[in-house]
Write a protein that binds this ligand. Structure first.
Ligand SMILES: Nc1ncnc2c1ncn2[C@@H]1O[C@H](COP(=O)(O)OP(=O)(O)OP(=O)(O)O)[C@@H](O)[C@H]1O
Length: 219
């Protein structure tokens, strides 16, 4: 199996506070990794560093064996678009676009519109949002926003999926659908990192870590 992602001794300080301490992690294709830990422990910070949304104070990040640590913003944005799908707490959806348009957005330059629209509609239907295609993000609940964000993340079948508390705000049946979609992507070869408070979800992953005092401890 190939390494999709490698973190080498990543540390992060906010001001003088150490949040992440020398974290090393390898993500292989077709593997789901769960990260649990206390609230405020740095899980979201870790995920946003992995996704090149913010930089670490020290350490290296390799994506597909390329060291991207020193890439500029534009280069990192290109890697993000190509390699990552994000399912984050604050889904960055565009308020002036409909649900369907938001989900199709990542594909506008790379796919025929019809093909992208078909897959987007299929994903949104799977996630119980068939009746909401023409809604705007501000007309949706948090749980619905989370599912729109998951559909958008899955649209282009990215090699790496990063999910921050993907089952929050969802009832058990919908949580199951979302978790199934993430593991289906894993089965199709994606590397998936899931930050979660849910021990049952963490147990389902191939490898589970706990973030404790800034260190990643394998469970
Ligand atoms: N931009 C920032 N500047 C300063 N401190 C920050 C910043 N972002 C996060 N922090 C602090 O870093 C710590 C880790 O935050 P983070 O959101 O990564 O934790 P978390 O484990 O994801 O928490 P939760 O489970 O509650 O979502 C917290 O104490 C938080 O207050």
């Amino acid at each position: 199996m190939s390494n999709l992602l490698e973190l080498i001794s990543i540390s992060k300080y906010y001001e003088k506070q150490l949040i992440l301490s020398e974290i090393s992690l390898t993500l292989e294709a077709g593997t789901a990794v769960a990260v649990t830990g206390n609230s405020g422990g740095g899980k979201t910070t870790l995920l946003s560093i992995v996704g090149l949304l913010q930089s670490a104070t020290s350490g290296q990040i390799l994506v597909d064996d390329v060291n991207v640590t020193a890439f500029n913003r534009q280069q990192q944005a290109a890697i993000r678009g190509r390699s990552f799908g994000f399912v984050f707490q604050r889904a960055r959806l565009i308020n002036s676009l409909t649900v369907l348009e938001n989900v199709i957005l990542p594909a506008i330059f790379s796919r025929p519109k019809q093909e992208a629209s078909k897959r987007a509609q299929a994903l949104l239907t799977d996630f119980g949002l068939a009746e909401r295609l023409d809604y705007k993000p501000q007309q949706l609940s948090l749980g619905q926003l989370r599912r729109v964000s998951l559909a958008r993340a899955l649209l282009l079948k990215p090699p790496i999926l990063l999910a921050d508390e993907p089952t929050n705000d969802l009832d058990p049946a919908l949580a199951r659908t979302v978790v199934d979609a993430l593991f289906q992507a894993r089965n199709e070869g994606a590397g998936v990192i899931i930050v979660t408070h849910d021990p049952a979800l963490a147990r389902q992953a191939d490898i589970a870590f706990r973030l404790e005092s800034g260190r990643l401890i394998r469970q």
